[in-house]
Design a protein around this ligand. Structure first.
Ligand code: NAX
Length: 330
């Protein structure tokens, strides 16, 4: 019997992350070698032609798992029947734009996309927001999609987590595979807090990282927080393949479950855990079980971690108030 294809919508598919993402999803990198994939690409009208070029190349890969690929400039059509939606397309900050302008421009994208997801996606849709400002955009999607269960709209923190793991592994002189339980709390911005207090090496608790707080606070945290800027400076363009790999890692774990004993960083609406006010789009350590994330409970948050988490929370609250003033959430 041929399995029913999973319907995946990628927005901003003509952009650089979209280009790095679509081929890998079509090849089975997220849903595995047994699950056929039907791809929908959403773009703005002026980029539809570029998306057509991307689709031609995907077609030319003759992927065994790809059943069909369709391009849209209308969210209600692009999200029709979607089981997974990766919201990558966003409005970047241009010259002269301040933070409020940026939030307003993106609210104009993510509020209608949230409504379209609410009305047209499959009942089991899972939505990952990659486009920045990711937490604010995800909060706008969630507010405009009341029928989608709260935990099923996430903002992507996985790239920050992967960057943290890579830096930690280099410091400890172990492979990245040896590192687990490294997660990032808060906002996808430079206030994020990469948490090494619960890190493990080869499945064992370790103080390798936290016994050198000078390295932790003055080298590791700024390196992770500023990695995106360092890549732009070196490459002349922002992270693309690593962002796509992060979106794939997040979505694969969401659909297929977490590795036993390991945790993921997931920005989702707070349920009040760890003193994070209910309804804030904040990243927590989480595990995926039966297709849903559960926040890891009972972790000790020491004074140092609390200081960083609270600073990031203050920024999320500030952004939420700005978005509320603009009328995108209540
Ligand atoms: P690009 O500018 O290359 O591509 C964005 C694409 O989105 C363009 O093709 C554009 O036409 C399209 N788009 C714009 N508005 C749209 C709409 N309303 N509907 C559908 N498509 C629309 O950017 P790229 O480098 O691919 O980055 C995409 C987004 O990811 C940016 O907002 C970027 O800041 C964000 N990132 C988020 C990361 C994260 O960890 N959460 C890391 C990487 C990245 O910086």
């Amino acid at each position: 019997m041929v399995a029913t294809p999973i319907r995946v919508t990628i927005t901003g598919a003509a952009g650089q992350i979209g280009y790095a993402l679509a081929f890998r999803i079509a090849s089975g990198a997220v849903f595995g070698p047994e699950v056929p994939v039907s791809l929908s690409l959403l773009e703005v009208p002026q980029a539809v032609r570029v998306a057509e070029g991307v689709a031609m190349e995907i077609h030319d890969c003759a992927f065994d798992l790809l059943t069909d690929i369709n391009i849209y400039d209308d969210p209600s059509k692009a999200f029709h029947g979607a089981n997974a939606a990766l919201l990558v397309g966003a409005r970047p900050r241009s010259k002269g734009m301040d933070r409020a302008d940026l939030l307003e421009a993106n609210g104009g994208i993510f509020a209608p996309q949230g409504k379209a997801l609410n009305d047209h996606a499959s009942d089991d849709v899972r939505v990952l927001v990659v486009g920045n400002p990711a937490n604010a955009n995800a909060a706008i999607v969630a507010a405009n999609a009341p029928d989608i269960p709260a935990g099923r709209v996430n903002a992507m923190m996985r790239l920050d987590q992967n960057r943290s793991i890579a830096q930690a592994a280099e410091y400890a002189k172990v492979s990245t595979a040896a590192i687990s339980r490294v997660t990032v709390w808060g906002n996808h911005s430079d206030t994020q807090f990469p948490d090494l207090f619960h890190a493990q090496i080869n499945g064992e608790d370790t103080d390798v990282f936290t016994s050198d707080m000078d390295w932790y606070e003055h080298s590791f945290i700024p390196t992770v927080a500023n990695r995106g800027a360092a890549i732009i400076e070196a490459r002349g363009a922002s992270s693309a393949a690593s962002a796509a790999a992060a979106a794939i890692g997040h979505t694969r774990e969401w659909f297929n479950g977490s590795k036993p004993g390991n945790w993921a960083s997931v920005a989702m609406l707070s349920d009040g855990s760890y003193g994070v006010p209910e309804g804030l789009m904040c990243s927590f350590p989480a595990v995926s079980k039966d297709g849903d994330w559960e926040i890891v409970q009972g972790l000790e948050i020491n004074d140092i971690a609390r200081k960083y988490i609270d600073a990031s929370l203050a920024e999320i609250v500030h952004e939420r108030e700005a978005v509320r003033k603009l009328g995108f959430i209540r």
